[in-house]
Design a protein around this ligand. Structure first.
Ligand SMILES: Nc1ncnc2c1ncn2[C@@H]1O[C@H](COP(=O)(O)OP(=O)(O)OP(=O)(O)O)[C@@H](O)[C@H]1O
Ligand SMILES: [Mg+2]
Length: 196
């Protein structure tokens, strides 16, 4: 069960009030799309849920437990960043498997998961390439694959497909929804894109 509850969350950066009393419930296994103008606080909210930023006030609950005091790695969350931080000096395989290596999963399991999610994101032919040699859209798909490989309870995606052309973006988003529904993951998907 990974229902997300945001309770009265506010965030100030100095005198600037970026978030003001946000209340939001995302049901277990829901795929929630967060749409809003540039600068309205979408990334800030995701970073607070993931634990990369501390709220000025308010609470974050996942699966009926308050989690805002936990460190990011203990929250069962994987995040795809807006600037898709992939490591250019690592191969696509090692980028996707990075979190799994940190968890010290056996090699065979790392390989199984990396190959599966690379297939889902249509980048299986790129596994041996260095990530520094990829296009922006390919890099973004590596970042999404890396989050999926963690098989998290909750996945937070910040404009994860913005570098793809419109047709590929629609296809990949539909596939991503299918994959997440199957894996019973609760997802928040941030976008500027108003096309369904
Ligand atoms: N570390 C920071 N220090 C000061 N102000 C910040 C900081 N991070 C974000 N802000 C400000 O808070 C507001 C919300 O930023 P945020 O990145 O959450 O917006 P966003 O909705 O993700 O925008 P975009 O769609 O352009 O990515 C912006 O006005 C931004 O300038
Ligand atoms: Mg943002």
């Amino acid at each position: 069960m990974a229902e997300i509850q945001i309770k009265n969350v506010a965030k100030a950066f100095g005198a600037y009030q970026a978030l003001n009393n946000i209340n939001l419930t995302i049901a277990d296994q829901e795929f929630m799309v967060l749409l809003g103008a540039s600068g309205c606080g979408k990334s800030t909210l995701l970073r607070i849920i993931a634990g990369l930023e501390t709220a000025t006030s308010g609470e974050v609950w996942i699966g009926g437990k308050r989690i805002d005091h936990l460190s990011p790695k203990d929250r069962g969350i994987a995040m795809v960043f807006q600037n898709y931080a992939v490591f250019p000096h690592l191969t696509v395989f090692e980028n996707i498997g990075f979190g799994l290596r940190m968890q010290k999963l056996p090699n065979a399991e790392v390989t199984r998961r990396v190959e599966r999610v690379a297939g889902l994101m249509h980048i299986e032919m790129l596994l041996k390439r260095y990530s520094g040699e990829l296009s922006g859209g390919q890099r973004q798909r590596v970042a999404v694959a890396r989050a999926l490989a963690m098989e998290p309870d909750v996945i937070l995606m910040d404009e994860p497909l913005s570098n793809l052309d419109a047709l590929l973006r629609m296809e990949m988003r539909a596939e991503l929804k299918g994959v997440l529904a199957e894996s019973k993951t609760t997802a928040i998907y941030v976008t500027h894109d108003q096309v369904k």
